[in-house]
Write a protein that binds this ligand. Structure first.
Ligand code: GDP
Ligand code: MG
Length: 372
């Protein structure tokens, strides 16, 4: 720990704060219960109790998080932004089919060629409003992103096959969404099958806290057939409705920040990362720190495979120009000048490397004393 208060340390050690204060006094330090202790003091006390201090690994999100939450976001400049939707559900219940169906019915309309690029996310337009879908496998997206402290999803569509009902991964998905406080819309899929039993799905989901509107609850259920493309429009309308209730806002005119959806090393193009812009506008040439790497946005490609010059809130975009490959769930932040971006990027990269070493050797007070 970089710093702890006397009270917090006492708590961790399972001792009375007064005892710690006494010990500090013996060491010549006058302290109160709320006083912050530095690393050395913490180590001294712990050593006294024969407790090992393990270096806590926390560089990754913390530093960038400061910029991420930066209070530069002035309310007046905020405007409505598209919702970011993740599709979850049990295996074979139709997640991929639904994602394809939504894309086919919406994205290719009026798009010359209609060739869609797989960048891990795409946008559709419904009634003049945009919706962003993450098409990385829902559960993985949720677990890796959440494990790294990133919140990207505004709404979850829970796909449940009407001929199969609630299954283990259905429940897992509900738990993920609840933990992240993300609203759930239930898509009761495979309604075209003769064995479809939507009432059973509704019944089973009540046991997991999802009570259908039709039954007096507040969970929206939409019967669909992802395979036949039926009910897709109603489902998308419900997404817009839930988004409206959530009052999702962002500012277009601040420096962009957001999260890495996926990234890989491309032979020809180098480090390629799909970013979800969550606030601000990302532009070509922007100096950027992405996780533990940095660079200048060289080229941007949207979900239709087109080169674009800028990307606003809730827009997924693939970029090149980073010095290294970041990880899914990493935060990114644009900086005013390249020098700052380079400095922060390099120091984060250096720290990350150091943390890896620390992790390997795991310095404890005991082996420190052995060396002395
Ligand atoms: P995932 O594992 O959740 O991504 O499920 P898939 O989208 O791969 O679908 C699993 C199987 O269910 C595939 O054979 C699909 O063709 C089929 N399927 C998906 N949606 C429907 C549907 O609405 N009706 C019917 N009859 N089959 C469907
Ligand atoms: Mg699938």
């Amino acid at each position: 720990y970089e710093s702890l208060s006397v009270g917090e340390l006492a708590n961790k050690l399972g001792r009375e704060p007064s005892e710690i204060i006494k010990k500090l006094f013996m060491l010549g330090v006058m302290a109160t219960i709320n006083q912050e202790l530095d690393k050395d003091a913490i180590e001294l006390i712990c050593a006294d109790y024969g407790v090992e201090v393990e270096e806590e690994i926390r560089i990754d999100v913390t530093d960038l998080e400061i910029y991420f939450e930066e209070d530069e976001v002035v309310e007046e400049t905020q405007t409505e932004r598209p919702p970011v939707v993740t599709i979850m559900g049990h295996v074979d219940h139709g997640k991929t089919t639904l994602l394809d169906s939504i894309r086919d019915t919406k994205v290719t309309q009026g798009e010359a060629g209609g060739i869609t690029q797989h960048i891990g996310a795409y946008q559709v337009e419904v009634e003049g409003k945009k919706i962003t879908f993450l098409d990385t496998p829902g559960h993985a997206a949720f677990t890796t992103m959440r494990a790294r402290g990133a919140k990207v999803t505004d709404i979850t569509i829970l796909v449940v096959a009407a001929d199969d009902g609630v299954m283990p991964q259905t429940i897992e998905a509900i738990n993920h969404a609840k933990a992240a406080e993300v609203p759930i819309i239930v898509a009761v899929n495979k309604m075209d099958k003769p064995s479809a039993n939507p009432d059973r799905v509704m019944q089973e989901l009540t046991e997991h806290g999802l009570l259908a509107e039709a039954w007096g609850g507040d969970t929206i259920f939409v019967p669909i057939s992802a395979l036949k493309g039926e009910g897709i429009n109603q489902l998308l309308e419900m997404v817009l409705l839930v988004a409206e209730v959530g009052e999702l806002k962002a500012s277009k005119n601040i420096r962009a920040r957001g999260t890495v959806i996926e990234a890989q090393l491309d032979r020809g193009r180098g480090s390629v990362a799909t970013l979800l812009v969550q606030d601000g506008t990302l532009r070509i040439g922007d100096p950027i720190v992405v996780g533990n790497t940095f660079g200048k946005v060289r080229a941007m490609i949207n979900d239709l495979g087109r080169r674009v010059k800028e990307a606003g809130p809730s827009t997924p975009v693939e970029i090149t120009g980073l010095s290294d490959v970041p990880q899914a769930g990493d935060r990114f932040v644009v900086f005013e000048d390249e020098k700052t971006a380079r400095q922060i990027g390099e120091s984060r990269a250096g720290e990350a490397l150091q943390e890896q070493r620390v992790e390997k050797t795991r310095v404890t007070l005991d082996n420190l004393f052995e060396q002395m």
